[in-house]
Write a protein that binds this ligand. Structure first.
Ligand SMILES: [Zn+2]
Length: 85
């Protein structure tokens, strides 16, 4: 998967320019808790999951199970907060 189209029509690239402006890496607090002191960034990087944030619509495309050729992302849509929140 080198690119995919967001539901708003914007084409999100998963390869090419580095760093990728639309790509984010995240790590659960549980996984993070396995580390202490100075950590090799490459080691930490390999433990992260990836999501892409559409710069047009703000949708998040989360790859919970890695980003290999068969990987399917889960789509998260931005929602307005209720009044008074
Ligand atoms: Zn979009």
């Amino acid at each position: 998967m080198a690119k995919f189209v967001c539901i708003c029509g914007y084409q999100i690239s998963t390869s090419g320019e580095i760093p990728n402006q639309n790509e984010w890496h995240f790590l659960s607090d549980v996984e993070f808790g396995h580390y202490s002191g100075t950590v090799a960034v490459e080691e930490l990087y390999l433990k992260t999951e990836i999501f892409y944030r559409c710069p047009v619509s703000d949708h998040l495309w989360v790859f919970w199970d890695g980003i290999d050729a068969d990987a399917k992302p889960r789509l998260y849509s931005p929602t307005e907060l209720p009044p008074g929140w």
